[in-house]
Write a protein of this length. Structure first.
Length: 285
């Protein structure tokens, strides 16, 4: 019955694994709901910021603000890559890293220097393995990102962009659309590009002046863009982990059925053999 004992051990091991993956699936589902609510709650504020920027922006005012500056030639860009600190989430981290590498290769082929800023252990570990220099790295941002986290990530880059040390700042993160769809993407957060739309044609009486409003609005707009990227990355990660753990639980269930069927077949064969031996012995007597 050595084979039977071995199968029982495997069945027990798979059952324990299934308990873990099922628990992780439920935890990820709970966190995904909170992360999704955070993304949805951030969108009205982002839309309001965009509308206000459309209303206030004019080409004349744009000449006064460095964050709206468009360099004649792009020589150096900063890329902020947002990955997760943990794995067990399918291709979530791998897809983000692939997107960031593709952008790096594209820019470097154009003679542009790329400065890497990475959030998350998975992205940091990968680019360290490649021997790439990482300007800043962060692993302390929790699964509940805040506006303060976004400010700590981008304020320094904004100051350097305003001083002319950087020609553009990009963010690579997930674009959370639904629990099943969160593709990676890269967006420019600097220079600020005012949203386009019919609202730009409206006229307003502004108090304080448009210049004073833009002075406060532009940094808030950039910080909000980074905050949304953090929030959508977290929602995408929890969604990917939930899907991965559900698949693992389903696979464990299928494997258990195979092991139990094999064990029962082996046990029935052994019982049949023992009965045959008893009958044969009785007949010999």
């Amino acid at each position: 019955m050595a084979k039977g004992r071995e199968l029982k051990g495997r069945i027990k091991s798979v059952e324990n694994t299934r308990k873990i993956t099922r628990t992780m699936e439920m935890v990820a589902a709970s966190k995904m709901k909170r992360a999704t609510d955070r993304v949805l709650a951030a969108r009205p504020y982002a839309n309001a910021l965009g509308d206000m920027l459309r209303y206030v922006y004019t080409p004349e005012l744009a000449q006064q603000f460095p964050l709206l500056r468009r360099p004649v030639q792009v020589k150096k860009v900063a890329l902020l890559l947002i990955t997760a600190n943990r794995g067990l989430c399918g291709g979530f981290n791998a897809n983000l890293i692939k997107e960031a590498r593709a952008r790096m290769i594209e820019w470097e082929a154009q003679g542009i220097t790329v400065e890497m800023h990475i959030v998350g252990k998975k992205g940091i570990g990968f680019f360290k393995y490649l021997g790439k220099h990482i300007a800043t790295q962060r692993t302390d941002i929790t699964d509940k990102p805040t506006a303060a986290d976004a400010a700590s990530l981008v304020d320094g880059l904004m100051a350097r962009f305003a001083a002319g040390d950087l020609d553009a700042v990009y963010v690579t993160s997930t674009k959370f659309k639904s629990a099943l769809t969160a593709p990676p993407g890269t967006d420019a957060v600097l220079p600020v590009t005012p949203p386009t739309g019919a609202a730009a044609a409206r006229e307003f009486l502004l108090s304080p002046s448009g210049a004073e409003i833009l002075e406060a609005l532009l940094p808030a707009y950039v910080r909000n863009a980074v905050y949304r990227s953090l929030a959508e990355a977290e929602a995408g990660f929890q969604s990917a982990q939930r899907t991965a753990m559900k698949n693992a639980t389903d696979n464990a269930t299928d494997l258990l059925q195979v092991y139990k069927r094999t064990y029962n077949t082996a046990r029935q064969a052994q019982i049949t053999q023992e009965i045959a031996e008893i009958v044969g012995g009785a007949a010999a007597l």
